[in-house]
Write a protein of this length. Structure first.
Length: 112
């Protein structure tokens, strides 16, 4: 049995789930990092570091930019639905072409 490194076809992981028209991510974000990067799964969230300060929404903007770049999505397709001012956030990615498997693969392959 594997421990969170990836999901087999059709299997979900705790931090990435299908929703109508896209995928929902459960993230834990650490701002003020030297560079933005994916750290990896921890419990039921995916840990990310962001090169942005947690003031005036800068970290949220950086999160959306970072995810858009990693997933090749327009920023307009990414929204933070919960946790605007928290380290733990729920983010929804909209796009009928998005699958849990594809998103998990793209994010985990970006780990250092």
């Amino acid at each position: 049995m594997s421990h969170g490194a990836g999901a087999a076809a059709g299997q979900s992981v705790a931090w990435c789930s299908p929703i109508a028209g896209g995928v929902r991510l459960a993230l834990q974000v650490t701002p003020n990092a030297k560079k933005s990067q994916v750290i990896g799964p921890l419990d039921d969230v995916l840990k990310l570091r962001l090169q942005a300060q947690p003031i005036e929404g800068k970290a949220n903007d950086a999160l959306i930019r970072f995810l858009a770049e990693l997933l090749a999505l327009p920023r307009s397709k990414i929204s933070i639905t919960h946790g605007q001012t928290s380290k733990k956030k729920l983010v929804e990615l909209s796009g009928p072409q998005l699958t849990v498997d594809a998103v998990v693969h793209r994010l985990l392959s970006a780990m250092p």
